[in-house]
Each structure stands twice: as C-alpha cells, then as structure tokens.
Design a binder for this molecule. Structure first.
Ligand code: LLP
Length: 383
C-alpha cells in the first residue's frame, strides 16, 4: 500500500529500485519473536533471501540467528554483528576455504549434507586442532507441494543425507574425532502455503530423532529449516503471515525431549512483503491482441517470474485513470522470458507511470544480475 506522500517521494528517485518498508519489517520481526518465544524456539534469518545491509542490521537487532549457505554469507553475518555462536552453515557444496573460514570463526553448527563432506570437515578441523559441531541435514522424503525448483526434501533432490545411509553415517561419526554431532537438520522446500507438509515433516522428525536416540545419540538440536510461504496475491491483506499457526504446528506435532531445542530458518516470511520493485513505464506498445507495457526494470532486477513462473502483484501507483486495460508487463532485456505478468489488468497506463511489483523483498535484490551490463539495482527505505 502506497500513500500519496510515499508516491510523491518515490517519483523523485531514479528507477528502477527496491523500496523497503522498514516499519513492516519491524512489525514482522516482533510477531516472529512473540510467537516463537511462546515455545522457546530459536529463529535464524536465512541470509540467502536478502542481504541488504540496512535490513540485516534491523534483523540482528531483533536477536535472530543467521542461516548461511556460503562462506561469504557467513562473513556477511559476522561483519554485520551476528554472533558466530548463532550462525548455522548449510549447503550441498561447501568448499575448503568456506569450511576453514567457518571453523576459524567457531560458528554454532555446520549442517552437513553428504558422507564425503563429513570426512572433509573432520580433516580440516583436525588441521586446526578443532572439533566442529555438526548437524546432519536429512532428506526426509516429504513432498512440500511447491514449485519443483524450490522443492528440496524429496529423494530425487540433491540435498541432504538419505535414511538408507544412516547406519553408515553413524559408524563414520563414531570414528571421526574432530566432529561433534549435535543435531538433525531438515528443510523441505520454499513457498509452502499449506501447513500439512510440516505436519508430515514433524512425524518424520519424530521417527528419525527416535532412531538416533536408540543408536546412542541424544542430540540437543533439531532444526526444521524454513519455507513457509507468503500471500503473493494479496500483499496488503496478509502483510504478515500467521506465525502463531505456523509455530503451533510444530508445538503440536513434534516430540522434543526436555534437553532439545527447536531451530527454524526463515527467509521469505520475514522479508518478502517488505519490499517492492519500483519501475517506470518506458513505452506502451499496442498490438492487435496484446498490449505491452515496457518497463525500465526487467528480469535482471527480479528474476522470479522468468525463473519460476512466479506471480507478483503489479500495480500502477501513479495513474488515476478509471479505465482499465490489459497489458503484458515486460522488461527491457533481450529475452522473451523477461515478462513480469501476462494480461495484467491495470488502469490505463502511459510512458512515465510508476509501477510497483509487490512482495519482492525476498529473492529479489539478492538474485539481481548485471546481464546486458545493466546498472546495479539501488534501494531506498521508508522508515
Ligand atoms: N533453509 C534452507 C536450508 C534453505 O535452503 C532455504 C531456502 C531456507 C532455509 C529459507 O527458505 P524460505 O523460508 O525463504 O522459504 N529463490 C527461490 C527460493 C529458494 C529457496 C532456497 N532455500 C525463490 O525465489 O522462490
């Protein structure tokens, strides 16, 4: 929702740019903290969703930990004041430099994704005379019912260790002296809009948690990842997701022992609704069957529609026309996939109008590129 004053301010900036609503971010973080603290849950912010310095500074102030998937994300978290003891590091292909850096910083936990990775972390930790705390990222074979590119918890996906490997993993852990197994980690996918996959996940977690206890591992950390989806169709109606219902599913369905902490890694649900991509209409091109609104932002600024056929609400925030027309809203990049939406109903739109592409705070700016040698995308903030 854009006020008259906000639109006036935005019209002075050179487009395209990301515009972040910091008041909404703070309200979202307050809700996360209120709802998760009812059960003493630990929430990490998934850095991959957005690493804009101004935003992560606010997220840090609310006391969240950091979930990182590269050495540079670990570095970014540390340089922005996140405690190493609150950093988890996942990723199916951590390289030696990244592992060494995280070992030097004594991060809380490596989420390990394969048998070979266990050997490598053990070897690198031994060279530093350290013992690395690790959690096993388990592939629970639970279908998240989301887009196939962001489904991660099926046997066919590259992520995690599969249950048929458990016996071998356990034998391995027993003989690797520079690893300390502290937990089990799961993440089944992203933009999950129904809570039932999480109920299934809880059942799998209970079975696996029990299995490891029987094998003599009383693990203090259970990490169920992130992935809870947001409402891309009605960003104003549901600016903050129902965190109460989300955390309650875990409270109701997961069986934790007294000494066990439950950890989460949330990205999209924290940051997506706070950001819009603001762009200007460069040209209107009217065809026989299709009208095009050609924007000065493209897939280089926001790749989600091109990559995942993702829906983002598109609004003309400067037109006051009462006539509506359908447009294919496209960018300037030399690719036909550079399209934000087909047959989008907008008020009659003209060159120079301001267009807001909503719910773009997560996996927007951070996935932008300089393809076609585009300028780096800028960002502005509303307090
Ligand atoms: N933990 C792990 C291990 C992950 O792989 C991810 C996301 C998260 C947590 C955070 O998930 P979230 O709460 O944000 O759904 N670029 C895609 C999303 C990729 C998600 C990758 N992993 C998109 O634009 O939809």
């Amino acid at each position: 929702m854009f006020t008259e004053t906000a639109i006036k301010t935005l019209s002075h900036y050179k487009t395209p740019f990301y515009y972040y609503d910091l008041a909404l971010l703070k309200k979202t973080l307050e809700t996360v903290n209120t709802e998760s603290s009812k059960y003493n849950y630990h929430v990490h912010y998934a850095f991959k969703a957005n690493t804009n310095a101004r935003l992560i500074d606010i997220i840090k102030q609310y006391g969240l930990g950091a979930d990182c998937v590269s050495g540079n994300e670990v570095k970014c978290a540390i340089e922005n004041g996140f405690e190493a003891s609150h950093i988890v590091f996942a990723g199916v292909g951590k390289n030696d430099d990244e592992i060494n850096y995280a070992l030097e910083k004594n991060i809380f936990c490596f989420n390990c994704e394969s048998m070979q990775e266990l050997d490598v972390i053990n070897e690198l930790a031994a060279k530093k005379n350290k013992v690395a705390s690790i959690a096993l990222r388990i592939n629970p074979n639970v279908d998240a019912h989301t887009h196939k590119y962001i489904t991660t918890g099926l046997e066919e996906n590259k992520f995690g260790i599969n249950p048929y490997e458990f016996e071998t993993v356990i034998e391995k852990i027993k003989i690797l002296p520079n690893l300390k197994l502290i937990g089990l980690h799961f993440h089944i996918g992203s933009q999950i809009t129904d809570l039932s996959p999480y109920k299934k996940l809880c059942t799998r977690v209970n079975e696996i948690n029990h299995f490891f206890l029987n094998k003599g591992f009383d693990l203090p950390v259970i990490n169920v990842g992130g992935g809870i989806g947001i409402n891309y169709h009605q960003p104003d109606k549901e600016a903050i997701i129902d965190f109460a219902a989300y955390f309650k599913v875990f409270h109701d369905f997961i069986e934790l022992r007294k000494n066990q902490q439950l950890h989460f890694e949330l990205g999209r649900a924290i940051i997506a609704q706070c950001g819009s991509l603001i762009s200007r209409v460069l040209y209107i091109k009217n065809g026989i069957n299709t009208n095009f609104a050609i924007l000065d932002a493209g897939m280089t600024e926001l790749i989600r529609p091109a990559l995942y056929q993702a829906y983002h609400k598109i609004e003309n925030i400067s037109s006051d026309s009462s006539t509506t027309i359908k447009y294919d809203v496209v960018g300037p990049i030399c690719e036909s996939s550079d399209c934000f939406g087909k047959a989008v109903e907008l008020p009659e739109t003209k060159r120079g109008d301001l267009i807001a592409i909503r719910s773009a705070g997560a996996y927007g700016e951070v996935m932008s590129s300089r393809y076609n040698l585009r300028d780096e995308v800028r960002s502005y903030f509303s307090e």
